[in-house]
Write a protein that binds this ligand. Sequence first.
Ligand SMILES: [Zn+2]
Length: 160
Amino acid sequence: MRPSKGKSSNVTPGPSAASSSQVRLLAGSNETGPDGLLKDITVVDVDEPGPVKKSRADRSQDIDTFFSPSFIKDGKKYRNCTPCTKLQKRPVSFVNEATTLQWHQQATHKADYLKWAAANNFPSMLPQDTKQQRDAVTASKQPQTSLDSHLVSKPQLSIS
Ligand SMILES: [Zn+2]
């Protein structure tokens, strides 16, 4: 139980699980686009300790594209949906939480979103898609999650 310093390569699960999810990613990405996607797949790889920050920044790229910069109103952060604001000719605001914004994308702008995502080699963050991806990618994408579940499971055993 060492504190995590980003050196998670020693803790990786069996190689078979990681490689099979990579195969899934490769298979899926071939549909959408050219070899640029291969770089994205490397970013997801567990053995690289660095790119977690980068992929987190990339994740909000969709929100930055479809929503205005966040602003504070009544002590809360909001963003305006750019297409809705144009359409209704008044600010259409949403609480600045990724899930809230992405649900709105899925409900109202799904076609535009998917078109944009494909054009930018951006993995869809729509709730419907992330739910499916989570099963395939969880193990490799979030090594700290598996560490946490290890830590949590021990005290539970001693209690019961
Ligand atoms: Zn909208």
